[in-house]
Write a new protein. Structure first.
Length: 305
């Protein structure tokens, strides 16, 4: 009998040890599985991806609000009824905590409605590959407005932003380029703003193109060539004036009779627009010469022997 009692106690110990071993094994397995699953999540999280473009502009809220107040209070007080706080909140909600490759036009629609304003007729200036010159021109000549001279464009010019599904919801390290994903916050914003700017144009509109560009002055893939030109309203726009400018001292790759300009004219004619084209529009060339006063291209007259 004592032997049997000891044997039963041994069996109990054995069962207990086996149970402990099984429990420990289960715990180890759970930890391993959790580690694998967590590692997998980190790999696909946008937070872990290093995009190729710069991250969200530091102090973005202050930058946007400052520009908005400056625009509606100082530059164009007639727009003083615009609510800059609502405009900022609308912009923030368009991208914060969202996958930066999954932004839609619906995300920005409230912002577009809040920040839109009329564009006076005959003032719209479109551009392609002439950004710096076009904006220097509108700063010196208040008779014209580029997209970047509207409230939407003024707030967003040279500013970057994108979100992230994880906290804090904004990625300050990097944002995706258009080549990485089409539906990124910047591309979707500028496409919508450009479409709205073109739709608002009326009277005579101007477009400044670069006649020194190797790829041609007019490119179908540009914002102007793919969006703005097709959203001009023939019932509102009476004519399109093309200003073909060349870099001072640069190559004259194309003139008003060039191949890409002929393509542009063909598109505009099909949409029933009247067209004029001028090589080296004089007021713009004079502005170029401010930075190159001694260059031979900038001499008003040449002495002859």
């Amino acid at each position: 009998m004592p032997f049997q009692h000891g044997s039963a106690r041994t069996r109990q110990r054995t069962v207990l040890l086996v149970g402990i071993v099984v429990l420990l094994a289960a715990l180890v397995l759970a930890v391993v599985l959790a580690s694998v699953l967590t590692h997998g999540k980190h790999e696909v999280s946008p937070k872990m991806l290093k995009w190729k473009d710069r991250g969200t502009t530091k102090n973005l809220q202050e930058v946007i609000l400052g520009r908005c107040y400056s625009y509606v209070m100082a530059r164009y007080p007639e727009l003083g009824d615009k609510d800059c706080l609502k405009i900022w909140e609308s912009l923030k909600h368009a991208f914060i905590y969202k996958n930066p490759c999954n932004i839609t036009s619906e995300d920005y629609q409230p912002l577009m409605e809040l920040a839109s304003h009329p564009i006076p007729c005959n003032k719209s200036l479109f551009w392609s590959k002439t950004s710096d010159l076009a904006h220097r021109y509108t700063k010196s000549n208040q008779n014209f407005l580029t997209l970047e001279d509207t409230l939407l464009g003024y707030m967003a010019d040279r500013v970057s932003w994108c979100g992230d599904p994880s906290a804090p919801g904004i990625n300050y390290e990097s944002c995706p380029k258009r080549s990485e994903c089409e539906s990124n916050p910047s591309s979707v914003f500028w496409k919508m703003a450009s479409k709205m700017f073109a739709e608002a144009a009326c009277g005579v509109v101007q477009v400044m193109l670069n006649g020194s560009a190797e790829a041609g002055a007019f490119r179908s893939s540009s914002i102007f060539g793919s969006i703005e030109i097709f959203n001009l309203n023939p019932d509102k726009v009476s004519a399109v004036h093309i200003w073909l400018v060349h870099d001072i001292g640069g190559p004259q790759s194309e003139s008003c009779s060039g191949h890409s300009i002929r393509k542009l004219k063909s598109i505009l004619e099909e949409r029933n627009f009247k067209i004029t084209c001028e090589d080296n529009y004089r007021p713009v060339q004079l502005l170029q010469c401010v930075h190159n006063p001694d260059h031979t291209d900038c001499r008003l007259c040449t002495n002859t022997t």
